[in-house]
Design a protein around this ligand. Structure first.
Ligand code: FES
Length: 125
């Protein structure tokens, strides 16, 4: 595990999430990692990681669909680009994006240091 100093120096705060071969191309997966709700999806062999919580009303984006580089919220249909998190087809705040990498066959996600706030918690529906 990285120290706070290493993270501040740009080394990241990466945590192992799942084996890469557990993810299906184009199929979002939701998990909780270090207390953070995270959505993972592989597009064209590249892993994307986002907060698994819609910026509008907290739905789990991992239950939505992926299309043309964006995830569609299952609740009201807003779309968020997986690159950068910009909302398209809606006027909501950007989706939080996490850096992700592959290491020894594992997907690792760079998470903020500390526990997520209440505003990051998924809402059960
Ligand atoms: S909860 Fe996602 S668009 Fe409303």
């Amino acid at each position: 595990m990285k120290t706070h100093v290493e993270a501040a120096m740009g080394h990241g705060n990466y945590h192992r999430a799942v084996c890469l071969d557990q993810l299906e191309e184009g199929q979002p997966a939701g998990l909780v990692l270090q207390g953070w709700p995270v959505m993972l999806v592989v597009i064209d062999g590249r892993v994307h990681a986002t907060l698994d919580r819609c910026p509008h009303a907290a739905s789990r984006l991992s239950t939505g669909r992926i299309r043309r580089g964006a995830v569609m919220c299952p609740l009201h249909g807003a779309r968020f680009e997986l690159e950068g998190g910009r909302c398209v087809g809606g006027s909501y705040k950007p989706l939080k994006i996490f850096d992700a990498r592959i290491s020894e066959g594992w997907v690792e996600v760079d998470l903020p240091i500390g526990v997520p706030g209440f505003e990051h918690m998924p809402v059960d529906m």
